[in-house]
Design a protein. Structure first.
Length: 85
């Protein structure tokens, strides 16, 4: 297993999602590969990212979503406070 085409599909999927540690764990658990060998294989797969191996960009949570969640939490705490008071 030296090229990305030799990596199992679940490892390639983990790499596409930016989950390097998960990819290493999958290789070790399911294919009986040692830690160093799995790490080297995953890093080699990462380095060969190209048109046939696109990497997903990590998704960032928006500030508005966090603000909305914080507002909901504040309202819930206020209602709980008024109910118990």
């Amino acid at each position: 297993m030296t090229s990305t085409h030799d990596l199992p599909s679940e490892v390639i999927d983990a790499l596409r999602k930016g989950r390097k540690i998960e990819a290493i764990k999958l290789l070790r658990e399911r294919h009986g590969v040692g830690l160093k060998e799995a790490k080297d294989m995953v890093e080699a797969g990462e380095g060969k990212a190209g048109p046939d191996f696109p990497m997903e960009e990590p998704k960032m949570e928006t500030g508005i979503g966090r603000l909305f969640g914080l507002g909901i939490l504040i309202v819930m705490l206020y209602v709980l406070y008024r109910t118990l008071a």
